[in-house]
Design a protein around this ligand. Structure first.
Ligand code: ZN
Length: 413
């Protein structure tokens, strides 16, 4: 990270579990777990906006002198991935590997600082198996027979949410809304044999034609989605983590369920101090999503020659919690802004001091990562009479350029 004078404050972040702004870190080390992608398609702008939001948090933490521990999970085996591989006739492993690589390339182009710990589900399966075995022993999990399974099949394993009195404390949804979202987002409320409609899958017994792994006492199979993130979090970070993050569509059931699993595995009542959720990007009137197919891909924009700093500036032009619609106009504006910033900030002539502008950027970011206000502070400085009050000794333009680089991740040279 570039060196800029001074130090930022620890950002206060909107904790979606409490509905309040709270300090994002409490000590010299801050930890962050963000759900990664399911690698079956290229990174779209909705993904990029999410990972940029957490990148801003990481950058603000570093600027405040905090040591960051950032872990990200990768859902490298999941139903949508297997379905896509079947449709396209590809090997699902090859599809996952190629799309994971593309995601990393896209993130690097957007100057997203990589997580310290990046773990896939497949490499974590032995730990997931051990975790589910413990949950069965403790009474938090139970087996559900599989219909038409051969004799001797052990069945699937589900979590008994009634064993966790703190379940749903992050989202506090009414039962009707919870049931609807669970069904919409990968859940199986009507599965016969479950104790509760919302009980989520922990281990799926082997089915013909599906990949499976050695599950020891669970039998061959593969993990459920929420337990994957729970085990990766516990493996990589100390509990409680400071921030658990992802898109707002992960708040329920995914984050609520994985938090419940973490609580059951660790005994830590609140495994995440804060939950941070990013808004949804829409395109053509609907949420940008793989299932709807209304996607704008980062790699296609880069191939067209779009400047990655302009993509970044366009996406952070909206506050991370906002739901907004991508029209393409944001990119036009961002490209124009970038040209202007480069022209003024990069010029060698004497500038007025940029200390005030840098302080405003830092204050905006410390206030729930308020990027629109931070960008406005740069615009304001750029719009000043650059001929007046020259400050030849502080290299004001260079300082501001470094601040924009370090704090906003936007490269001006
Ligand atoms: Zn997750």
């Amino acid at each position: 990270m570039s060196v800029i004078p001074g130090q930022g404050d620890i950002p206060r972040i909107f904790n979606s579990a409490s509905g309040r702004l709270e300090p994002s870190a409490t000590g010299e080390v801050a930890s962050l777990y963000v759900c990664g992608i399911t690698p079956y398609d290229a990174t779209h702008l909705g993904h990029a906006a999410t990972y940029l939001a957490f990148d801003l948090l990481v950058r603000a933490w570093r600027d405040a002198g905090i040591t960051v521990r950032y872990a990200q999970g990768l859902t490298d085996v999941d139903d949508p991935l297997l379905e896509r591989a079947t449709i396209t006739g590809q090997d699902w492993r090859a599809l996952a590997t190629s799309q994971t690589q593309l995601y990393r390339t896209d993130m690097a182009a957007l100057r997203v600082i990589p997580p310290d710990f990046y773990r896939g589900v497949i490499e974590t399966i032995p730990h997931i198996v051990a975790g589910v075995e413990r949950l069965l022993d403790s009474g938090y999990a139970y087996r559900v027979p599989v219909e038409d399974a051969p004799p001797g099949t052990l069945g699937d394993v589900y979590a008994d949410l009634s064993a966790d009195p703190a379940f749903a404390s992050q989202t506090r949804l009414d039962p009707f809304a919870a049931d609807r979202l669970f069904a919409e987002r990968g859940g199986d409320p009507d599965r016969p044999g479950k104790r509760g409609r919302l009980d989520p899958l922990l281990w799926r017994a082997e089915r013909p034609g599906e990949p499976s792994w050695d599950g020891r006492t669970l039998g061959r199979g593969r993990p459920g989605w929420h337990i994957e993130c729970a085990v990766i979090t516990a493996d990589q970070l100390d509990l409680p983590v400071d921030v658990q993050g992802g898109g707002s569509d992960l708040a329920f059931p995914h984050h609520e369920m994985s938090t419940s699993h973490l609580r059951a595995l660790s005994g830590v009542e609140r495994p995440a101090r804060l939950t941070m959720h990013t808004g949804m990007l829409s395109f053509g009137g609907q949420k940008m999503s793989k299932s709807l197919g209304n996607l704008v891909f980062v790699n296609q924009m880069l191939e067209r020659g779009v400047n990655p700093s302009a993509i970044r500036l366009a996406l952070i032009g909206h506050h991370y919690r906002e739901d907004w619609e991508w029209t393409g106009q944001e990119l036009v504006k961002a490209e124009a802004r970038l040209v202007k910033w480069r022209e003024v900030i990069g010029s060698v002539k004497p500038h007025p001091s940029s200390a005030g502008a840098i302080a405003k950027i830092r204050a905006a970011l410390a206030n729930d990562l308020d990027t629109p206000t931070a960008i406005a502070a740069v615009d304001e400085w750029v719009g000043q009479d650059q001929g007046g009050r020259p400050d030849r000794t502080t290299y004001a333009g260079a300082d501001l350029r470094r601040a924009i680089d370090a704090l906003l991740g936007v490269k001006l040279y």
